[in-house]
Ligand binder design. Structure first.
Ligand SMILES: C[S@@+](CC[C@H](N)C(=O)[O-])C[C@H]1O[C@@H](n2cnc3c(N)ncnc32)[C@H](O)[C@@H]1O
Length: 252
């Protein structure tokens, strides 16, 4: 696992495109750099930066598979003890109890909920916010919880909008098929298309249109309007993750 200061993680001055962000980190060309950075650097740093620890909320946790990996990382960094770990997902009732990873392993004290808690101190949203109809409204809900830090790991396929749609869908497919999470996400679109007698090509088009709604600038603006200042953005240079980013913001 890479550590802060590792020469792999090269800090660069903000480019013109990212000038609204305080700090831009470009990851090296590697298949695991994005995931590794998120779990073993960004999240532990966030907890260290948070003065009081408190409630750590995974916003849109799904079955908690990422949350249990985050818990492993926090424990490895000796940071788990000062935190109460919670997973929130509005679709939790649809997720089978047995597939809730943290609970199944019975290693972590993770509490799962399908309604938002009254407060949280650190909020992490890993590929969940693009599901929202309005990220502005969703981030206002986040702000109401009073968290000091918010970290968002997300897609930005907005550059593909400039291409003819067929080419954009093909490029989207290549990126999405390369990750297990992408394929799992696509499976919902495939099932929906099959149910309504539509083709696999149409399922990919629906999946593309759904995932290109928001750019990193949209997330940054929604954070700003919810009362957060974007602190740093992490951009992968690896081909596999080139449409992903991690954005961390602090309450103003
Ligand atoms: C691609 S999955 C990611 C799950 C998990 N964060 C992970 O990394 O494994 C997207 C998740 O977002 C959740 N979701 C959908 N709409 C949401 C919303 N408005 N607010 C929070 N989560 C939402 C879905 O139920 C789903 O579990």
């Amino acid at each position: 696992m890479a550590e802060p200061g590792n020469k792999l993680f090269q800090k660069v001055p903000s480019s013109r495109q990212e000038e609204s962000f305080l700090e831009t980190v470009v990851l090296p060309e590697s298949n695991i750099a994005f995931f590794d950075h998120f779990v073993s650097i960004e999240i532990p740093n966030l907890v260290r930066e948070s003065p009081t620890g408190g409630i750590f909320l995974d916003f849109g946790c799904g079955n908690g598979s990422m949350l249990s990996i985050i818990c492993d990382s926090l424990r490895n960094h000796g940071l788990n003890k000062r935190l109460q770990i919670m997973g929130y997902d509005p679709n939790l009732p649809k997720i089978d109890e047995d597939s809730r990873v943290g609970r199944k392993k019975k290693i972590y004290e993770i509490s799962y909920t399908d309604s938002l808690p009254e407060r949280a101190d650190i909020i992490v949203a890993n590929f969940s916010l693009h599901h929202a109809d309005s990220i502005k409204e969703e981030l206002e809900k986040v702000a109401n919880l009073g968290a000091t830090f918010v970290t968002i790991a997300e897609y930005d396929f907005s550059k593909l909008r400039a291409l003819p749609e067929d080419q954009a869908v093909e490029e989207f497919k290549r990126g999405f098929q390369a990750s297990e999470a992408g394929l799992t996400d696509y499976e919902d679109f495939r099932r929906q298309a099959m149910r309504s007698g539509r083709s696999v090509d149409e399922a990919w088009r629906d999946c593309y249109l759904f995932h290109q709604k928001y750019s990193k600038e949209d997330f940054s603006q929604a954070l700003e309007s919810a009362g957060y200042s974007p602190m740093r953005i992490v951009l992968p240079s690896g081909r596999q993750d080139k449409y992903k980013f991690i954005l961390t913001a602090k309450k103003k």
